[in-house]
Structures are given as C-alpha cells and as structure tokens.
Design a protein around this ligand. Structure first.
Ligand code: ASP
Ligand code: MG
Length: 409
C-alpha cells in the first residue's frame, strides 16, 4: 500500500464546490488502495483578508497575535474538507498543526519546523482514516501557535511526507506544473516534466510562485519526491527530484530551465558608510536580529574611505528595516538612508549554466537591447539575477524567455 501526501492550495479549496471536488479526488486515491494524508491551505484569499484585517486595527500587528489570527484560516478548511470526505463515504479526521505534531522554533510569522511527531497521524491512518492537516502552522515547545511564513502549507506537506516516509508529496495547485516562465506574462511558456531540487530552489527563491522556498529545501534535504500538478485536471505535472534521478533518466540538461521574476522586494541603500571592518557585520546582524530576510547585497567600491551599501528586502519587511536602520545609520556615521519599492528582479535559472560560458553576457545583452537598465546583479552557480525598474520587469521576462529559446515549438 502506498502513502501519498496531497496538498491543496487556497484556490483549490476556494468554495464549497471545489472542496467537494478535492474530497472526491482524495476519496478516489483512497479507494485505489492508498493511504492519504491531506494538507490544506486557507480558502481562497482568506489569509490575505486576515492580514488586511490585522492592519486595520494595528499599524504593526504583534507577530504572536498575527499567527493566532492566520491559523484560523486553515482550521476552517480542514474541518470543511473532512466533512466533505465523510459525506463522500470515507472516514476522515482533521488535525491542527499542533495536533499533527509539527514542532517549530519561536520565530512567529516565519517559524522553522524543528521536529514532526506524527504519531496521531499514524494512528489515524492505521485506523483507516484519511488524515487532514492544517497547513502552514505549528506549535512551539512552549505551546505557542506559530506559522511557517506565507505559502507555508507546502512546507507542512513536504515535512509530513518526510516524517511519514510517503511515496510522493503531491502539491495540487491552480497551474499544471512548473513553467519556463510565468504563463501570465509569457504566452508560450512551457511546462517542465522534471526539474532538479537545486533548480527549483533557485526558482522558488526568485519569484517562481509554485512552491514555497522552505518546502523545496526540506524536500532536497530529506529526498522527498514532489509532484506539482493541477487540482483541476488529471494530467501529470512537474516532478521535482534529485540530480541523480535526472541523470538516471538521461534527461538532456537545458542550459536555462526557467526565467523567474519577483516584484515583491524593495531596494534599500545606506549612503556613504565609513569603510572599515565590522560595518557590514553590524548592519546585517541588526537586520537578522529582527528576522528581516535580506536578499541581494551590493557594496560599492569605496571612495575617500566611504562606500554605499544596497540590499533588497521583501516589501513586507521594509517598514521594519527602515525602523531598524534609522538609528543604525546615525550610529555608523553614514550619510543617509533611501529606499525604493518600485524595483523588481528578473532571474534566469538552469543547471546547464555550470558548463556553458556566456550565459550572463547573453542576459545582459538581451536587457541592453530592450533599453533596460540593470541596478544590481547577483549570481549563484546556476542563476543570474538582475534588479531593474519594476515597470521593466515583464518586458525583461518576455525578452529573456525568447533569447534563451525557451518557448514552445
Ligand atoms: N494560507 C497561507 C498563505 O496564504 C499558507 C499557504 O497557503 O500555504 O500563505
Ligand atoms: Mg501556495
């Protein structure tokens, strides 16, 4: 008997009709002779609505209370889905993250999973039930409720698949898999049959919205086979697997497997920082202590003993970043602090980049030909990213997708 973890995102459980459709799929998997653990997100835009509500009563909602609030969304979904599965004729039991044994650290609103003690789930499965678990939430050893960061239900699903040694973790979503670019931006974007963990990690980190970053890290570290597919069709989607598995299948490695973009980041610049040891250390320690996720960092060549430092942070962390940095700038003896929320990032990702020189040059030439100015550049062994004006982002994605021959046909 195989065990599947099936995760359904917010759009897949957006209304009662869709919840019944999810129930039918779960029941079909069960009746085909498999054990099933289901993970669900909050219905539709529930989480966004709750976040908005929080900001209507507070300019900076307390993190602990934000978690308490947001976990309510997934609680609604698990109960309704269980009711629908029972209605369809199979036993089902719902579990909050806490009840499912998802233990996290104490970093409210972006907690990390420390351990999964899934005994109650194992018991439920052994008793013949479908176990339905609330995604995106956990509990600290001090019994406080936490959330895993936006999109965290993916991580719940992968963590449960690892803990239960599932045969696969199926992520059901509103797209049919992982695409060579966002199909809403690039009309001839192609669905990929397979991508490696490393490629998926880079895509998730740079705006590929299909899987949450943490979930891919978790999948790679625990070798969980992930299948991203549509909850509206039966067609196979994209498998996210190890390099070894890709090699065994003799898949020819494309140079670039995807173009991603992200407009959710803001650029912050500290002007004329004294150029001496410890400055960057203090700056980024101060942000790390506030759990700000700093992404790209660029330090300029120093002139007359001073240098500019620019970095990007998520829009959602900008207010906190500016607050932390304001006092800090004076203390460092820097000239000032500026921020620009009107930037975006375009990235090209591909494992084949390792063995193909000239990929970055082609990217820069393509942007230049479009008259797009590059504000920041960063690279990894399998990715090149450029920060550009937000209004240039979509044009950049379309041009790069074509330049690297990623289109259909
Ligand atoms: N409901 C949460 C969110 O919107 C978690 C998730 O959907 O994965 O971010
Ligand atoms: Mg999601």
């Amino acid at each position: 008997m195989a065990l599947f973890v099936q995760k359904f995102g917010g759009s897949s459980v957006a209304d009662p009709e869709r919840i019944r459709a999810v129930a039918d799929r779960v029941v079909a998997t069960r009746r085909a002779g498999n054990d099933v653990v289901v993970v669900v997100s909050a219905m539709g835009k529930t989480t966004d609505d709750l976040v908005r509500l929080a900001h209507e009563v507070s300019s900076m909602p307390a993190d602990r209370e934000m978690d308490m609030l947001l976990t309510a969304g997934e609680r609604i979904s698990i109960a309704l889905l269980c009711m629908a599965i029972i209605e369809a004729g199979e036993p089902a039991v719902s579990f909050t993250g806490d009840q499912a044994g998802i233990l996290t650290d104490t970093t409210h609103t972006k907690a990390k999973i420390l351990d999964v003690r899934a005994d109650r789930l194992r018991d439920a499965i052994a008793a013949g039930s479908v176990a339905v678990v609330a995604g995106f939430q956990g509990v600290t050893t001090g019994d406080d409720i936490t959330t895993l960061g936006r999109g965290g239900s993916d991580t719940t699903a992968v963590a449960l698949a690892a803990a239960l040694d599932a045969d696969a973790c199926e992520i059901y979503t509103d797209v049919t898999g992982v695409f060579s670019a966002d199909p809403r931006v690039v009309s001839d974007a192609r669905r990929q049959d397979r991508v490696s963990y490393d490629e998926m990690l880079e895509m998730a980190a740079t705006g590929g919205r299909v899987l949450a970053l943490r979930s891919v890290e978790f999948a790679r570290n625990h070798a969980v086979r992930v299948h991203v597919r549509s909850s509206f069709t039966d067609e196979p989607g994209t498998w996210v697997v190890s390099d070894e598995e890709l090699e065994v299948e003799g898949m020819e490695q494309a140079v670039i497997s995807g173009v991603t973009h992200d407009t959710s980041e803001a650029k912050v610049t500290i002007a004329r920082v004294p150029d001496r040891p410890g400055v960057a250390a203090r700056t980024f320690r101060a942000l790390a202590d506030e759990a700000v996720n700093v992404d790209m960092i660029v330090q300029n060549v120093s002139t007359e003993g001073h240098t500019d430092i620019s970095f990007t942070v998520p829009h959602s962390d900008l207010a906190r970043t500016l607050k932390v940095m304001e006092g800090h700038v004076a203390e460092l003896g820097a000239a000032g602090l500026t921020s620009d929320a009107g930037v975006g990032r375009v990235s090209i990702v591909g494992a084949g980049m390792r063995s193909n020189p000239g990929v970055a040059a082609t990217m820069f030439e393509t942007l230049a030909a479009e008259g797009i100015n590059i504000e920041m550049i960063s690279t990894s062994t399998i990715r090149v990213s450029c920060v550009v004006k937000e209004s240039d982002v979509e044009r950049a994605v379309v041009a790069l997708h074509a330049a690297f021959g990623l289109g259909e046909g």
